[in-house]
Design a protein around this ligand. Structure first.
Ligand code: SF4
Length: 169
C-alpha cells in the first residue's frame, strides 16, 4: 500500500496495527490521508460526541488548518517525539505524547487496548516513571510487533513506517 493512498476504509485497520499511541488520538497528515478523507473521518469520529454541526463549526477549521488550507501553517511534517513530549496540551484536546501526558490509569488502559500486558506493561510503565517516554514507546512497538526496534522511536511517522515495513515486507 502506498502511504499516499490511504483511504477511509483502511484507516481503522492501520490505526489498530501501525499507529503509535499519539496518532491514535490525532489524525495526521503524515500518513497521507487527503483533506476530504480526513474531514470525513474526523467528522464521523467527533460527531458521535459533539454533533456534526458543532464539528463543522469548531473542528473542521482545525483539520483544514493542519492541512495548511487555513491559517499560516504550511509545513505538513508532524512534529518529532521530542517536540510533542515537550508541549503542554491544552485541556480537552488530544495533542501531546500519551506516555508523557496521560494519567497512569488512562495510559494503562490505552496500552492494554494495544495488546500490551503482563511483564511488558510493567517494563513500559517503569520507563514512564523514569521519564523515558520514547523508550516506553519503543518498548510498546517491540512488544506489539514482536520485533526489535534498534533505532528507537523518535517520530510518529517513523513508528508508522517501521510498522508497515514489518507488517507488509
Ligand atoms: Fe507518539 Fe513519539 Fe510519544 Fe510515541 S514517543 S506516542 S511516537 S510522541
Amino acid at each position: 500500500m502506498e502511504f499516499t493512498d490511504i483511504s477511509l476504509k483502511d484507516i481503522d485497520q492501520l490505526a489498530n496495527t501501525s499507529f503509535p499511541l499519539c496518532m491514535r488520538h490525532l489524525f495526521n497528515r503524515g500518513v497521507g490521508l487527503n483533506l476530504e478523507n480526513a474531514l470525513a473521518f474526523w467528522r464521523a469520529e467527533f460527531s458521535q460526541k459533539v454533533g456534526s454541526e458543532r464539528f463543522d463549526k469548531e473542528y473542521a477549521y482545525t483539520v483544514r488548518h493542519n492541512y495548511g488550507k487555513e491559517g499560516k501553517r504550511t509545513d505538513y511534517t508532524p512534529y518529532s517525539c521530542q517536540k510533542i513530549i515537550s508541549v503542554t496540551p491544552s485541556v480537552g484536546d488530544h495533542h501531546g505524547c500519551p506516555y508523557r501526558h496521560f494519567s497512569e490509569e488512562n495510559l494503562r488502559a490505552a496500552l492494554s487496548k494495544m495488546g500490551v500486558g503482563g511483564r511488558a506493561m510493567d517494563d513500559v510503565m517503569d520507563k514512564v516513571r523514569n521519564r523515558h517516554y520514547q523508550l516506553a514507546c519503543t518498548m510498546t512497538f517491540e512488544t506489539i510487533h514482536a520485533a526489535s526496534c534498534d533505532s528507537g522511536i523518535n517520530h510518529p511517522n517513523q513508528y508508522f513506517i517501521q510498522s508497515r515495513k514489518l507488517l507488509e515486507p
